[in-house]
Design a binder for this molecule. Structure first.
Ligand code: NDP
Length: 444
């Protein structure tokens, strides 16, 4: 049996009940076969892949907090410090009832390669909790964040592990987490990214993941002779990534006709009104029904359905496994040209294979949404320098990183005879640097 197959079997055996983690590891290791086969005996001797798929450290802790009625709740907190070969652990904190160890491990594993692809010195990690911020008062959110940080603060620091936002963790939560860290550790340092602008946050970090998604998608299309301007785009989600993807797509001359939340989705034939979307979701924290109520030409549908909308480009920006094989078939039947993942692993494994077989340009999340963590690393640089760069400066660096990233994964795919397969290109290009660092640092 090949070394890759042995390790894949071991991952399933040793981590039962972690399907998302198995899915992420399988996708990466399948891509890495040609790289591993070149030097299999040495990698097997050094247990390279076993070290890659086992987190350096995983922390699980209890998070007790008191609601507005005086009732105590207990949630579970996680931080998985996956790989620090090329830099301190970096990755977001997800607050969502679906969070469990499998989800955090899949995200942490993906983060290793994504962070490497940015070209910046950051290792991979991820964390979060099964706490649901929806419907909670600001005081309850603060109580949870303070309790969460009272334990997490023992394991993180500006040079060791720097968490950031993710689903359910936005500027409000990062603010409460930072305040508690500062109080407990007595340190004003860049220990979190996505901070408010008044205490060390970077301009353009809020926009970065969505903007970066459009920069890399535009570059990919351009290299295939397709202009983005004038195209119709379907977006899922209506959170941070989706909102700024829609904003940048429209700035680049495309029309975005959909967005969604976990209750339903909007079809807006005139193009999503971003100012209204921000008002509803960012400021008032309402459901998309409020968007439809304020915009007569928009149609609201309950449940799933974004991918039934005819479009040239699909940008899944909500959550994992939200674009299934049936959705992919529908997109292809409607003439889609490209799918770029704004979320992490939003396309199921069979849907990814189908899209690639149909010749659809497919950019995986670890490349397409890397603009967020890249800009987080720029926030870390600014914190270390005690300086603030202008919006234009950060945005220009973000754009350069995303354009380089596309060419980096394109080159890697070509070097291994996988031209146009950006899943393999991203996994290989992300892995090469981590591999080099792990081999040079000895058995640690
Ligand atoms: P937000 O919490 O801001 O928004 C998430 C959006 O997805 C919301 O519209 C939410 O709807 C919807 N959603 C969440 N879970 C589900 C679900 N189970 N089913 C259907 N819809 C769901 O998160 P972000 O925009 O920050 O993150 C979105 C994705 O992008 C995630 O996969 C995240 O890991 C990834 N990502 C985020 C980065 C960032 O910088 N923020 C960086 C790189 C990747 P509702 O409002 O109803 O909950």
């Amino acid at each position: 049996m090949s070394y890759v197959d042995e390790v894949l079997e071991e991952v399933v055996r040793e981590n039962p009940h972690e399907p998302e983690f198995h899915q992420a590891v399988k996708e990466v290791l399948d891509s890495l076969r040609p790289v591993i086969e070149k030097n299999e005996a040495v990698y097997r001797r050094d247990a390279l892949l076993e070290r890659l798929v086992n987190p350096e450290r995983q922390i699980k802790f209890r998070v007790p907090w008191i609601d507005d009625q005086g009732q105590v709740h207990v949630n579970t907190g996680y931080r998985v410090q996956f790989n620090s070969a090329i830099g301190p652990y970096k990755g977001g904190l997800r607050l969502h009832p679906s969070v469990n160890l499998s989800i955090i491990k899949f995200l942490g594993f993906e983060q290793i390669f994504k962070n490497s692809l940015t070209g910046l010195p950051i290792g991979g990690g991820k964390g979060g909790s099964d706490f649901d911020p929806k419907g909670k008062s600001d005081r309850e959110i603060m109580a949870f964040c303070q309790s969460f940080m009272s334990e997490l603060c023992k394991y993180i620091g500006a040079d060791t592990d720097i968490p950031a936002g993710d689903i359910g963790t936005g500027a409000r939560e990062i603010g409460y987490l930072f305040g508690e860290y500062k109080k407990l550790r007595g340190l004003f340092e860049g220990v979190l990214t996505g901070k408010g602008l008044s205490f060390g946050g970077s301009l353009a970090r809020t926009e970065a993941t969505g903007y970066g998604l459009l920069y890399i998608t535009e570059e990919m299309l351009k290299c295939h002779g397709i202009p983005l301007a004038g195209k119709t785009i379907a977006v899922s989600g209506s959170g941070n990534v989706a909102t700024y993807a829609i904003e940048k797509a429209q700035q680049l001359g495309a029309k975005v006709v959909t967005c969604s939340d976990s209750s339903g989705w909007i079809y807006d034939p005139d193009g999503i009104d971003v100012a209204l979307l921000k008002e509803v979701k960012e400021r008032k924290r309402q459901r998309l029904t409020a968007y439809a109520a304020a915009r007569p030409q928009a149609v609201y549908h309950e449940g799933k359905g974004v991918w039934s909308t005819p479009c040239d480009v699909a940008l899944p920006c909500a959550t994992q496994n939200e674009l299934t094989l049936a959705d992919a078939e529908q997109l292809v039947a409607n003439g889609v040209l490209a799918v770029s993942e704004g979320a992490n692993m939003p396309t199921t494994a069979d849907a990814t294979v189908y899209l690639q077989e149909q010749g659809i340009l497919f950019l995986p999340g670890k490349a397409a949404n890397a603009g967020g963590v890249a800009t987080s690393a720029l926030e870390m640089s600014q914190n270390s320098e005690r300086l603030r760069w202008s919006f234009q400066e950060v945005d220009a660096q973000l754009k350069a990183i995303m354009v380089d990233l596309y060419h980096h994964i394109d080159d890697a795919a070509k070097r291994y005879d996988r031209e146009g397969n950006y899943v393999d290109g991203a996994n290989i290009a992300g892995f090469e640097k981590v591999l080099d660092a792990m081999m040079m640092q000895g058995i640690v």
